[in-house]
Write a protein of this length. Sequence first.
Length: 481
Amino acid sequence: MSDNRIHKLVLDQSTSGTKLLLVGIEENEAKILRRMDRKHTQIFPQDGWVEHDPSEIVKNTKQLIAEMLEATNLSAQDIRSLSITNQRETIVAWNKKTGQPVSNALVWQCNRSNDICKQLIEAGKETEIQRKTGLKIDSYFSGPKIRWLFENSDEMRSLAASGELAIGTMDSWLIWNLTDGEVFATEPSNASRTLLYNIYENTWDSALCDIFLVPPDSLAEIRDSNDSFGHYEGIPIQGVMADSQAALYGQNCLGFGDIKVTMGTGCSVMMQIEERSDLISDNILKTIAFTDNGATDYALEGIIRSCGDTLTWLSSELALFGTIEEGIESAFSVNDNEGVYLVPAQLGLAAPFWDSDIRAAFLGMNRRTGKPHLIRAGFESILFQIRAVIDEIKQVTCLDIPRVKVDGGVTKNNRLMQMLADILGITIEVSCIEELSALGVLMLTSGFDMQKEGKIFNPKSNNLEPHYQQWLEYINKVRDK
């Protein structure tokens, strides 16, 4: 590949796999020239436990970069920069001397630290943690996972005692490996998801570290999101952001009240609140959106554990359909759910319910219930969760929300997006650009804007409102059991 464009690579390391984009920039306009993907193994050692092999992810990353350069006839010297966006909260611990992981990565979905969370809540720790981090005590976040490792791994404790332990989110693990251990760093949009980081002082908090048994010297250096993070084979690593915050930037949600929904394995409903760090809610999180040259923007967020993962579960574990396209066709082959609802608590419920003990359930079935009704209930559960979160954000901010920007793989179906507009009673704008997390981190470091108005879905009907209210009633019934 030979042209006058500036070539940049963006690595998007997500829950299900790793993808690499080659982006060409000319006269401040960017174009995705090529994309490569590689999935990694999903490991489920016990019910509710989710792991990834961190060495497999590093291997995939390096192979993708090599294959991209070979396929495009480019050399490392032809690449201006490599930017990284990544799955959040997933944690890796490793030996600083050998670079070997202590264990598999504990994924954000992993619930093994539920008992630790309950103990800390009963000990009255949540007020301090939420005051400093904007987050709740929940197994979703990194801190309880790290404490679980300390309580269950002799190697973890031994390395900590000798000062040879490194603990980091997926970005810092990748940066460490890409720079051959020369750079051990992260940035605030990732650090703010650990329960160890004070989002107002922009620093690791020693009191929080004590709660989760974490030695501060095991944590990464904090740099700005748009900073430099070393080199990989001569390619500068420039710009790192957590994936949901990167999508917020990619959606051009840069003004107070701008809101986006990223519908991936899980779902993130995030509102830009700029420097308004005073907005507080028990059910909606506050987090750092990004830091740019020392300035910090904040965001409100409702996290949903199961979005696309619900569809994967219906397909893989319950064998209700094969491909997503088959699932969509089946779900919309019936006019409505005929009273069948899914409580999508395969991994517990996050915002705004915050119940890690609740179990998934299909409710309202009768003798006429068939596969299409169950599948439709799965799709509708995704929309109903988004509605519950946005209602909570409206209450916190007292804002009227005229438009919601959405992105992610689940947004590809027009009928589902129309249903989302109807259940929210809000105009939905579906991004015409699929790779918003990847492009968001690139936009932060490069200053260009790829965003164009997406496909618009205006509310047409309120027929789903009774279904939503019934779903809420079922949620409360299952939680009360």
